[in-house]
Design a protein around this ligand. Structure first.
Ligand SMILES: O=C(O)C(=O)C[C@]1(C(=O)O)C=C[C@@H](O)C=C1
Length: 272
């Protein structure tokens, strides 16, 4: 089975692929989230994995847009505890480090740690593990990576400081994507991710939220993103949790008839 991710062995996406699909899966690593999503939509792999939000740094907004644009379906979700570590070539001390490179989401999660090191420049890079690999391959001095302990082991780097994320209890939520398929109805879903493009009317969002609340559904996430061809208009990405599938379906019907367009990205099992 082929799985697309952004990143290389030692990255958090790679860890999620192993945890969800096991050692036998063929993991195809790409430089960008877009290439990983495109691989699924072209049918060149069965599943793709995308980080969608982190408990410290928040949502990865461009990834919502990718699911939408490539017409992908959310099959499942996975919450990975994230511990970040500062690592460099053996023998280097923290005072030797002038530059730290990592994935932008990883840098955001560790911002507080670097307040004590104002001379260190924080630079966005492709993914956590590929920086670790580059430091090793190019024997880069004065540069450190932020990555997992697995990456430190694979690329034989020394950890200068462990668990450096701002809050120890740190999670990233990943979604498992596939091409839209016919629902076989094997598992009764209790969570759904939808996009609602509301008509721009006064008070409409408040009414939408009241409908969801009065129907007994639990709104676990709401995220607005711009409608790109209509400046200053917004669509809402909404995650709903429910015990009663029929109640959920009836809310979807009510939203369609009274609020605007609904696109269902996926109905799946809540893994939180
Ligand atoms: O760079 C990596 O190792 C990734 O898997 C990317 C990523 C992300 O996209 O948020 C995954 C989990 C962590 O939140 C930090 C980075």
């Amino acid at each position: 089975m082929k799985i697309s991710i952004q990143g290389i062995p030692g990255s958090f996406h790679h860890q999620v692929a192993l945890n969800c699909f096991g050692e036998d899966a063929e993991i195809l690593g790409f430089r960008t989230f877009e290439e990983a999503a495109k691989c699924v939509s072209k049918g060149e792999c069965e599943f793709g994995i995308l980080a969608i939000e982190n408990s410290i740094a928040g949502a990865i907004l461009p990834n919502y847009e990718l699911i939408d644009r490539y017409n992908l379906t959310i099959k499942d979700e996975y919450y990975l505890p994230i511990s970040h570590n500062l690592m460099c070539l053996k023998g280097q001390q923290i005072d030797d480090i002038t530059e730290v490179r990592s994935h932008p989401m990883a840098l955001l999660q560790c911002k507080k740690f670097f307040e004590a090191y104002p001379n260190i420049k924080l630079i966005d890079d492709v993914d956590t593990a590929s920086v670790a690999r580059r430091i090793k391959d190019e024997k880069l001095k004065n540069v450190a990576a932020i990555a997992s302990t697995t990456a430190a082991k694979i690329y034989r780097l020394e950890i200068l400081a462990g668990d450096i994320q701002t809050v120890k209890n740190n999670f990233t939520r990943f979604i498992i994507l596939q091409k839209p398929i016919l629902d076989l109805g094997l598992v009764q879903p209790n969570k759904a991710s939808i996009k609602v493009t509301v008509n721009n009317e006064k008070g409409i969002l408040a009414k939408l939220l009241s409908l969801i609340s009065s129907s007994g559904l639990d709104l676990s996430k709401i995220q607005s993103i711009p409608v790109i061809d209509k400046p200053w208009e917004y669509a809402f990405f909404i995650d709903l949790q429910f015990e009663n599938y029929q109640a959920y379906q009836s809310v979807i019907q009510d939203i369609k008839s009274d609020f605007g367009d609904v696109k269902i990205f996926g109905e799946y099992e809540n893994r939180k």
